[in-house]
Design a binder for this molecule. Sequence first.
Ligand code: AMP
Length: 287
Amino acid sequence: MRKISKVTAMQRYAAECGRSGTRVALVPTMGCLHAGHMSLVHKARKQVGPGGRVVVSIYVNPTQFAANEDLDAYPRTLDRDLADCRAAGVDVVFMPSDSSMYPDRERGGYSTYVNEENLSASMEGGSRPTHFRGVTTVVAKLFNIVRPDVAIFGAKDWQQAAIIRRMVRDLNMAVKITVAPTVREADGLAMSSRNANLSPAERAQADVLYRSLRAARAAVRAAGSVSAAKLRSGIRRVFKTAPLAKLDYVEFFHPDTLEPVRTVSSGTRMALAARFSRARLIDNERL
Ligand code: AMP
């Protein structure tokens, strides 16, 4: 397994793959890898086969964090991540520095961003207004550097995946986007690097997101269709059982357009976010 930290070295590697017709799959991550990330790595290998190259990027992208967010507290476990990647048969780990990704950014020397202007406004974009501009910018940069044939994203970040698909279509990027299902802990909590920032008491209540998704799904399956308002008040009741969690938003929306719906039926997607003392968690499912 190769470790590459220079953008120019990664570009040289990508150019060689291009010349030799070797297929490349990219799994973008912020590190602190868990079984959810590794499921994307396995999907990547399936997509390019044994002769292809699987590249995992590990980069905690500063432009997707606002000044008051958890950039410094974001968990970092590089040695373990590298061992996990090696064991999973990853070919290249790309781990660039901030100065190579955003030269001179602190002094205004970096000034080009990619902005998706529609799907980015709601949900995560409502709570974190500059977040998706950072995500689309770094993913566009990673696509330019790694030149992947396919890139794998997790359904855990459904809105992010929808925005990436839109960016790829709108900007004619020659990469296939694959979305892999959410991997969960035994109690249903979606695996997330940020789970490491939950206290034991918070961890015990963190299944409230999944319990909310299950309760909404059960209500929709039982009635065929339910008003979003009624489901919302049901979810507020579920949150009363987890006083360490503060509900940030809950939304019911069309899976592709992300348009909110007033009447929820089978196929509608639900997403929610909750704050704990040192972690903000998100989850979503098809109802
Ligand atoms: P992150 O390192 O949190 O930025 O996530 C990197 C990629 O892994 C994103 O495409 C996420 O959607 C995906 N991912 C994170 N958690 C999970 C999970 N529990 N199951 C599946 N994919 C995940």
